[in-house]
Design a protein around this ligand. Structure first.
Ligand code: TYC
Length: 101
């Protein structure tokens, strides 16, 4: 059917557009995660050096959120799930989300 073809095509276009976009991965503040743990996450998951990691962590603590990095959709998803599993393992409520840039 023409309608089926068109809706399949528009889904494909949507997917292609999703993959061309860039996504900010934001870390969110909370009252329980230790500052040291967030600094470790910024170094280990987001590959920031120690001094930038401390500055980003303090920005999250002060402003409620800050950007850990900007990535393709898949890489952003991977960073978010890495944060989620490390936080779970350490019993911290730390959360990362993505936003279209
Ligand atoms: N607010 C936390 C504290 O005072 C520290 C913190 C910073 C938590 C950044 C989460 O994404 C975060 N221990």
């Amino acid at each position: 059917m023409k309608e089926d073809f068109e809706s399949e095509l528009s889904l494909k276009i949507e997917e292609s557009v999703t993959h061309l976009k860039r996504y900010k991965v934001l870390l969110l503040n909370d009252d329980y995660t230790s500052m040291d743990f967030v600094v470790d996450i910024l170094m280990d998951v987001f590959n920031h050096p120690l001094d930038s990691s401390i500055n980003i962590m303090l920005a999250i603590h002060k402003n409620g959120r800050a950007v850990g990095g900007v990535y393709t959709y898949e890489v952003a998803e991977t960073k978010i799930s890495q944060v989620a599993s490390k936080a779970k393992e350490s019993k911290y409520p730390l959360k990362a989300i993505m936003e279209e840039e």
